[in-house]
Write a new protein. Structure first.
Length: 91
């Protein structure tokens, strides 16, 4: 699995999931090859943002571009900090 953080840099400065690749939503089209490479390695691509709205747009775009494994993390990093890793700050 590969986590792709589509939030802006100022949000990443507040909280980040360790090991995630940061590609802001607006940069995803120009960095598509990086994401395709993750899937080519056999990794499922999970995109997240703060609450799940931007990552859903990103996942839809990626699937249209052929990244079939692309999914949005429901609830985003906010849900992650509540349910998975409480050391990740909420904002």
């Amino acid at each position: 699995m590969a986590l792709v953080d589509c939030r802006e840099a100022d949000e990443c400065a507040i909280a980040m999931i360790r090991g995630a690749l940061h590609i802001p939503l607006g940069d995803i089209p120009s960095r598509l090859s990086e994401i395709e490479a993750l899937e080519d390695e056999g990794r499922e691509v999970i995109v997240y943002c703060h609450s799940g709205v931007r990552s859903m747009h990103a996942a839809v775009f990626l699937r249209k571009e052929g990244v079939e494994s692309a999914r949005s993390m429901a609830g985003g990093i906010d849900a992650w900090s509540l349910l998975v890793d409480q050391d990740v700050p909420r904002y």
